[in-house]
Design a protein around this ligand. Structure first.
Ligand SMILES: C[S@@+](CC[C@H](N)C(=O)[O-])C[C@H]1O[C@@H](n2cnc3c(N)ncnc32)[C@H](O)[C@@H]1O
Length: 266
């Protein structure tokens, strides 16, 4: 883990600053971990990725999707390429429908919540610094493989969108695409995104809309995920705290996905 990352992260439980320590792993090798000096709570660093997730904390829908994405990590990029072909677009053109909304400048600290395989970050301007968090170890590993292939430097973290291990107002750009419809606690995820962004940040949040969910519920592979909705899917506008500015929702990907944009007041 890079040491300057320490200035951005905190204990997701208490928001206290963390320190990096090294101990012997019992087999004579050094092992790094993060510790909250006030509480003594430790977070291990697995293959260079800080793990802010305890097995006991993963439940409900988050567990279901963590397992699903762990299994499909290696095929995810292919499936999104297929989807783009089906929509008659290149992957890049499709991603730019929402990524072009972000205000990324040279040197911007850019955080993607639910980074997946990192395909969004690949399309953003290279002069920025990239950070990605995800609940799935499989997706994080694929993101790291992709980063090496694409020569893209991304600092990765394992955790949940609902409880971010980042300090208040740490990032210039924060966005999420593709997972929020099924998060355990959407309201907490939206609150956390806003907390870790600097004042004035423009956000993008997007996912499948009700029209696509209706198509998916009829298909054998996806039906199980969409068939039991108690309410129609919609962009989480109602979860934004009062005072957010320039709130807009548009349909993208030929009407399959919603894209919510808004700005945190300066
Ligand atoms: C459809 S993929 C989208 C990945 C990437 N954002 C993209 O657009 O390609 C959804 C991602 O959300 C992640 N995810 C699901 N629930 C999560 C949660 N509660 N917190 C953080 N990530 C989560 C999954 O592991 C998966 O990588």
């Amino acid at each position: 883990m890079k040491t300057d990352v320490l200035s951005l992260i905190c204990d997701p439980e208490t928001h206290d600053a963390l320190e990096i320590k090294t101990e012997n792993d019992g087999r004579g090798r050094p092992r790094e971990f993060l510790v909250n000096p006030k509480t003594g709570r430790r977070y291990f660093i697995r293959k260079g990725i800080p793990v802010f997730l305890l097995e006991s904390e993963i439940s409900g829908s988050n567990r279901k999707y963590q397992t699903m994405y762990d299994r499909m990590a290696r095929f995810y990029d292919f499936s999104t390429w297929l989807y783009s072909r089906w929509k008659g677009m290149s992957v890049e053109a499709r991603l730019c429908e929402y990524l072009d909304e972000l205000e990324v400048a040279a040197g911007s600290l850019v955080l993607e919540i639910s980074v997946g395989t990192g395909r969004n970050l690949r399309v953003l301007p290279r002069g920025a610094e990239f950070f990605g968090l995800d609940i799935s170890w499989g997706m994080l590993k694929q993101c790291r493989r992709n980063g090496a292939k694409w020569k893209l430097d991304v600092s990765l973290f394992m955790g949940t969108a609902e409880r971010l291990p980042f300090k208040d107002e740490a990032f210039d750009v924060v966005f999420h695409f593709g997972g929020i419809n099924f998060f355990n606690d959407k309201a907490a995820a939206v609150r956390e995104m806003i907390r870790v962004a600097k004042p004035g940040t423009k956000f993008v949040i997007g996912d499948e809309n009700e029209a696509l969910a209706k198509k998916y519920e009829k298909l054998p592979v996806t039906g199980g995920f969409y068939g039991h909705r108690s309410t129609a899917i919609s962009a989480p506008v109602d979860l934004l705290p009062p005072g957010m500015q320039d709130v807009r929702v548009k349909d993208i990907a030929g009407g399959d996905l919603y894209c919510l944009t808004f700005r945190k007041p300066s």
